[in-house]
Design a binder for this molecule. Structure first.
Ligand code: ADP
Length: 258
């Protein structure tokens, strides 16, 4: 049985094709959410990896920020459900998901059986989200995926005291002008995201095993800063940005087999 999960995020579209709710066959990821070419381009990338076509799919489920207006699916489901399902697929003993996306951060806690027990979300402020890193990378004229390598050369992370992205942006510009080393600035930027998300996670309650999902999970400097902040190990899987899409494909499979 083939199920397709599509996660239309605020900044990035992801999709995953699964067989029998147990095997990932193909994936697609493109920048751009609903109202852009992102979802279709991500699907094109996925179809290019498999012999199957749209006609072979038994069920398609959409999730994410843009899920309500997407017309190419059989059903939709919330991101919280999907991140919990996708996270558990990768880490069966998972109890806490820290999802940092392009526009929000969510902490989802799970009981032993995997049922969601609590969640806390920041969607009001760009600090502590991928948006903060996007803005800072832009100022530093770096690619988003260069940040963690750069931060690894830091000897003394810069302190970014502003909690507001707009003020933090001015602070980074002035520290750059004052000759603060780039690795120290980047490390300080990553620590700033971690301290915002750490505070959010403490509100939700953190039980191991903890993992990160969302695009920002790929930044090891944020992840390690968060581990220090929460004094707990945080698991990472290269599929972290696909957890929502995996969860959607699994949800579709559950509906078919229930
Ligand atoms: P959404 O679902 O809200 O679109 P995602 O979970 O797909 O969000 O994550 C997108 C965010 O992840 C963007 O802000 C992007 O800049 C960030 N991102 C992607 N790759 C990296 C990376 N290697 N390091 C840090 N951030 C990243």
């Amino acid at each position: 049985m083939l199920t397709l999960g599509i996660d239309i995020g605020s900044t990035t579209s992801k999709c995953v094709l699964m067989e029998d709710g147990s095997k990932i066959i193909a994936t697609g990821l493109k920048i751009g959410g609903l109202g852009t070419e992102g979802p279709e381009e991500a699907l094109e990338e996925l179809w290019a990896q498999t012999e199957y076509t749209r006609e072979d799919i038994d069920r398609t489920i959409v999730t994410g920020y843009g899920r309500n207006k997407y017309e190419g699916a059989d059903g939709e489901v919330s991101e919280l459900t999907c991140h919990a399902l996708g996270g558990r697929f990768i880490f069966p003993d998972l109890r806490t998901v820290i999802d940092i996306g392009g526009q929000d951060a969510k902490i989802i806690t799970l009981g032993e059986s995997g049922r969601m027990t609590n969640f806390v979300m920041n969607d009001k402020c760009a600090a502590g989200t991928g948006r903060f890193l996007d803005v800072m990378a832009n100022i530093l004229r770096m690619d988003i995926d260069e940040l963690d390598e750069c931060a690894s050369h830091s000897e003394k992370p810069a302190s970014i005291s502003s909690t507001c992205t707009v003020f933090a942006e001015s602070e980074v510009i002035s520290q750059l002008a004052n000759g603060v080393a780039r690795p120290d600035l980047v490390a300080g930027i990553c620590e700033s995201v971690a301290s915002r998300v750490g505070a959010l996670a403490r509100r939700a309650g953190v039980t191991p095993r903890v993992c990160m999902s969302g695009g920002v999970a790929k930044n090891s400097a944020v992840r390690h800063a968060l581990e220090r902040n929460l004094e707990t190990e945080i698991s990472f899987d290269p599929m972290a940005q696909y957890f929502g899409a995996i969860g959607a494909a699994l949800y579709g499979y559950r509906q078919l087999t229930k």
